[in-house]
Design a protein around this ligand. Sequence first.
Ligand code: FCB
Length: 453
Amino acid sequence: MTAGRFPDGFLWGTATAAYQIEGAVHEDGRGLSIWDTFSHTPGKTFEGHTGDLACDHYRRWPEDVRLMQELGTPAYRFSIAWPRVFPKGAGVVNERGLAFYDRLVDALLEAKITPFVTLYHWDLPQALQDQGGWAERATAEAFAAYADVVARRLGDRVRYWITHNEPWVVAYLGHYQGVHAPGIQDLATAVRVSHHLLLSHGLATQAIRAASRQAQVGITLNLSPVMPASEEELDRQAAQRFDGLLNRWFLDPVFGRGYPSDVRELLASYYEPPEQDVPVIAQPLDFLGVNYYAPAFVRGVRLEEQPLGIQALTPAELQERGYELTDMGWPVVPEGLEQLLLRLSREYGPPALYITENGAAYPDERVDGEVRDERRIAYLAAHFAAAHRAIAAGVPLRGYFVWSLLDNFEWAYGYSKRFGIVYVDYATLARLPKASYYWYREVITANALPERE
Ligand code: FCB
């Protein structure tokens, strides 16, 4: 690899998720998901925004594929909506739902874009939630049955499969903080859910491999280096605990080491995962997907204040410490990505790594028919450079997916946060490539970072 260049065949891409872009929530027999229910519950999302229409990708997908083709990305990561395939979560397959993804995959291949399919990006069929959702073991079994059907249908053309997207977020934001669907606030439920998600990853991995011999299977985790607020013992211990909860609780069992004992102890009074499931979770991975946005900064607090004794620093505190923030209030720390990749490679030895999401929200505006998102370009350039340093140090990073192709429904923030390299005018649904799109196209063409002006 020469200076500034990425390895030949490096898979540049963009990423999206079904509920964030598709809309068409009642089309072609789709069932309801927990995000339909949650977003339609007053007070749960920014100004009551929902994914009912979103980017209308379900109808406009040919235009979106064209945008990717013109961008020149060799890969695209998208997710399949479980409730399109099984409107009731299990039982009868909805052919029209499957057919949509069939057409999409064919169009991508036609455009020479390699599909990376995520099976679960948070849109659990509501019918399964009504039976207890991820708190129930039966949901893990239903997930494996769904994975089997999709892999049989698409497995002749789709090679790369991602079982789950960010199980930590599903467990904790969905079942402890309650700021994501299904909006439950109970720590014991969150821990139980995290185990069933991991179990379902193992079961689905087996199902995908049984259905398609060429399958390359991985899982996408949201991982962050955890920084203590100070060198004080209390803060350092909190950072250690949070590293356990966020990173090691997922990495260790997936890489065959079982759950980390310190975190098991910390959570024992809430839920203890059954030992017999541990080998199921440990299916050999073909790759690990990493979503990285920022490090986590935490301080230690008394257990009366917070059950795990952990408190995140606020955006205002981070700013006081000199960090630049994105529109999400997340600090811009590209070295965090390098540090994370080096650690993963050293401590877990994954056969391959992909950055399955990285990007930034900024309050973009269209001025004279253009969106000049210079801060997003700077964010991406700095993170690409960090990834490049990691590769040069020997990390087996094989690809990089920018979040996101389009501005879209940013969960509880609705349409108020723009992550796209393509601007979406929500009044007309017109797409307008931003400056970052054209910049990214240059990176892809050169397979290198452009020279600094
Ligand atoms: C990740 C999600 C993705 C998107 C980005 C900003 O946690 O996987 O859907 O919302 O954050």
